[in-house]
Design a protein around this ligand. Structure first.
Ligand code: GAR
Length: 313
């Protein structure tokens, strides 16, 4: 079974969005799991709930600790639990630039308004004061400025006559609980999907000297100018749903050996198999990219004209 993406949730309070993420993750087809809930408020009610659900929790009061130092403490905990994506869920603390930079593209936040409207605190008061007839909630990627960053999803919520900040907050919470798990699941699936994988393979392959790309029998192929193909990105090529990288092994003996030693990782590609190419699965959920990089370099060297193959890479 494909391992699920490991999510760390940061909270400061009730943690109802955290709960929505946790309960949604119990669906067998949910692509993420919550592996840590951390807080800057040691008595945040959400921590008790998470612990009761068997999720590791961590708390550290932020008072008296410099922002950058505090974020290092949280970061170390995220790393210790193998967190891959950070979900802020009512985490009422500004993050240091270092933290934001480190988790860029992998840290998201939920905010109870239709951003870019009504950033910051006291959002529902501001919505009512502005006489809005609709409000909502937003999930976005975290960037250095508060409640900013690319929007990943929104749900609209009608403002009713007679709404108070409390009644509005309650209804927006319902919407948040629908939105957050859905957006997180999509982000995780896209990050492991063919487009993201091809992008990553492409950036490694084209970083090699004189490497270029062209389609070959419908698959993106990478070749050395003046030389031969050294890699192909293969996705669902034989309607088998398999996503993999094809590279040159030294021959069919090595190919057979690799597959025998690690049949979950390596496979024999249909057409190129007889010529000693080997497939490396990219759909296992936890791709070892330094291993892919090594294979690309090796395959490149075997395909490059002599004058290039001598180059150090
Ligand atoms: C949520 O409404 C969330 O959007 C908001 O805090 C609440 C936390 O509720 N976050 C922000 O305002 C961030 N700028 P919860 O603890 O029950 O999930």
């Amino acid at each position: 079974m494909t391992p699920k993406t490991r999510v760390g949730v940061l909270i400061s309070g009730r943690g109802s969005n955290m709960a929505a993420l946790i309960y949604a993750s119990q669906a067998p087809d949910c692509p993420y799991e919550v592996v840590l809930v951390a807080s800057n408020v040691p008595d945040a009610p959400g921590l008790k709930l998470a612990a009761a659900e068997g999720i590791p929790v961590f708390a550290h009061a932020h008072q008296g600790v410099k922002r950058a130092d505090f974020d290092k403490i949280i970061d170390a905990e995220l790393v210790r639990h193998g967190v891959e994506i950070v979900a802020l869920a009512g985490y009422m603390r500004l993050l240091s630039d270092d933290f934001v930079a480190k988790w860029a593209g992998r840290c998201l936040n939920i905010h109870p308004s239709l951003l870019p409207k009504h950033k910051g605190l006291d959002v529902h008061e501001a919505v009512l004061a502005a006489g809005e007839t609709k409000t909502g909630c937003t999930v976005h990627l975290v960037t250095p400025s508060l409640d900013d960053g690319p929007i990943l999803g929104q749900v609209e919520v009608a403002v009713l006559p007679g709404d108070t900040p409390e009644t509005l907050a309650e209804r927006v919470h319902y919407a948040e609980h629908q939105l957050y798990p859905r957006v997180l699941a999509t982000l995780v699936s896209d990050a492991n999907g063919p487009e993201a994988m091809l992008d990553r393979v492409r950036s490694l392959a084209l970083a090699l000297p004189a490497a270029a790309e062209k389609l070959s029998h419908g698959s993106p192929g990478f070749y050395v100018e003046g030389g031969k193909f050294f890699a192909y990105f293969s996705y669902d090529h034989h309607h088998d749903g398999v996503m993999g990288l094809l590279v040159k092994a030294s021959g069919i003996e090595e190919q057979a050996q690799l597959i025998e030693n690690d049949p979950d990782l390596y496979y024999r590609p249909a057409y190129l198999g007889p010529s000693g190419w080997v497939g490396i699965r990219l759909d296992s959920g936890d791709v070892d990219w330094s291993h892919i990089e090594d294979w690309l370099a090796r395959s490149w060297r075997a395909s490059a004209p002599k004058r290039l193959a001598m180059l150090p890479i």
